[in-house]
Write a protein that binds this ligand. Structure first.
Ligand code: GUN
Ligand code: FE
Length: 457
């Protein structure tokens, strides 16, 4: 018979910090968190005195126990609800143009290079490693239109151990002739082939009792690049396979104008997607900067989520999203880096940007630390419809986490004698970076970064 102790793969003892709601961060001191062999949080005890440890850890081998130092704490993994894997190759370049010109000038030529799966593997290896190193344990990835390169992205994510939604991009109109799918049917056929590929991949890699880490996501680039026929067929595909959907919405005024000229029969931009079966409770809408009240209401009714990408919205001069209003409406909101519209692949940067945008919008209703941390973790989980699985340390959820060390070698944070757990945590959120990430776990397993000695074990 399996005992509790024999079902345990890892135990963390020390400070644990997670979000309980928009208003509440829980600081657990002397926490004892047990992760089972399936990667789930089996038990979480709070305020366990050192003298009670031998009893609490009875039967658990010492090499499974991680004792955190004074300056270390465990937080849930960060969630990036919007990132373009191919665009990592020009991350930090091309900040001199607004959206539509930026796409034509920088983005489409670089994405075209992913026709070559060998190049794709190399570029994706670096993109995923960078994202993971920055603490992104779950990401909503856009790939490109190229089926073979999309498969490479799945392989790379599998090898490195991230949790991910992966989207083969659909584009069959208003796109350059070197980056376009010839018909709606060929675009749908490749999407179906990609979905089947991921299904087979999961069938052969996911252990019994575990759930899949990688999920295909239906990814019409945006309404401008998809015909009505294609969007309708993609909506049907999402329904047939019960899949999530991601696209861009109301990012830029010229984009909105062009979209409405293409789809004049729809009441507004959000309705364009809704009219084609693409606005569901599993839809992730990136940006949502220039939203009419009816559009917010429609998203709320459909239970679709917003990916707030502050860095991109400032960088591409798109505008300032009304996140406070969305939260007041109890909409689902998470954070996105939107690499390379955004120049940083770090969710910590997305969090800081969300703070700055909220201040620029209205100094009276700025986003507070508890709200920002919620958006980066639980909010992202809700947007991905994974709140039953990840986002915080609730017993039964899967263990996706970062061991943060405020005084790691090379740390950008300085810890002073007056610091408390709370001030160290806030310093990490606003000043920290990947140098503070000692270890990163997804589904209870340490992730494997290329070149690093550790492996998923
Ligand atoms: N809208 C359509 N494609 C893109 C893209 O690649 N990045 C951003 N930020 N917006 C888009
Ligand atoms: Fe984007």
């Amino acid at each position: 018979m399996q005992t509790f102790a024999s079902s345990i793969a890892k135990v963390f003892y020390g400070t644990l910090i997670h979000s309980l709601s928009l208003k509440e961060v829980e600081y657990i001191s002397s926490g004892l968190l047990f992760v089972d062999t399936r990667g789930k949080i089996a038990k979480l005890l709070k305020n366990v005195d050192a003298d009670k440890l031998p009893e609490a850890l009875e039967g658990v081998a010492e090499d499974k126990v991680v004792r955190l130092t004074e300056d270390q704490f465990v937080i849930p993994g960060l969630i990036d609800t919007h990132i373009h894997a191919p665009q990592y190759t020009f991350c930090g370049n091309g900040h001199d143009m607004p959206l539509l010109e930026w796409l034509d000038t920088y983005t489409f030529p670089r994405e075209a290079a992913f026709k070559d799966p060998v190049y794709a593997r190399e570029a994706y290896t670096r993109a995923v490693a960078r994202s993971l190193r920055n603490g992104t344990t779950s990401a909503c990835w856009y790939a490109t239109i190229h089926l073979e390169a999309c498969k490479e992205l799945v392989q790379v994510i599998e090898e490195q151990g991230q949790r991910a939604y992966v989207g083969k991009v659909n584009m069959n109109q208003n796109s350059p002739d070197y980056l376009v799918e010839t018909t709606a049917d060929s675009s749908v056929a490749d999407t179906r082939a990609f979905i089947e590929y991921v299904k087979e991949h999961n069938a052969s890699t996911v252990a019994e009792g575990s759930s899949a880490r990688i999920t295909p996501i239906i990814t019409p680039r945006f309404a401008i690049s998809c015909t009505g026929e294609l969007m309708r067929k993609l909506g049907d595909l999402a329904k047939e396979y019960e899949l999530p959907i991601q696209t861009h919405l109301c990012e830029n005024l010229n984009e909105i104008g062009f979209t409405m000229s293409l789809f004049p029969e729809s009441a507004n931009y959000a309705a364009v997607y809704d009219d084609h079966g693409l606005m569901t409770h599993r839809t992730v809408m990136a940006h949502c900067v220039h939203m009419k009240q009816e559009e917010l209401d429609l998203m709320k009714t459909r239970k679709a989520g917003v990916s707030h990408c502050a860095n991109s919205n400032l960088n591409l001069k798109s505008g300032l999203a009304e996140v406070r209003k969305m939260l007041d409406m109890d909409m689902k909101v998470g954070l996105g880096t939107d690499v390379a519209g955004g120049y940083s692949p770090s969710v910590l940067d997305a969090l800081r940007g969300a703070r700055s945008v909220s201040v620029a919008r209205d100094a009276e209703t700025t986003l507070m630390v508890s709200e920002l941390f919620y958006l980066a973790t639980v909010g992202g989980a809700r947007v991905m419809e994974l709140e039953d699985k990840i986002g915080n340390f609730v017993e039964g959820k899967e263990f996706d986490a970062i061991v943060v060390d405020a005084s790691a070698p090379g740390s950008p944070i300085d810890v002073f004698a007056h610091d408390t757990v709370q001030t160290k945590f806030e310093k990490y959120l606003f000043v920290g970076d990947d140098r503070n990430h000692s270890t990163i776990y997804v589904q209870g397993k340490e992730v494997r970064l290329p070149g690093a000695a550790s492996a998923r074990k």
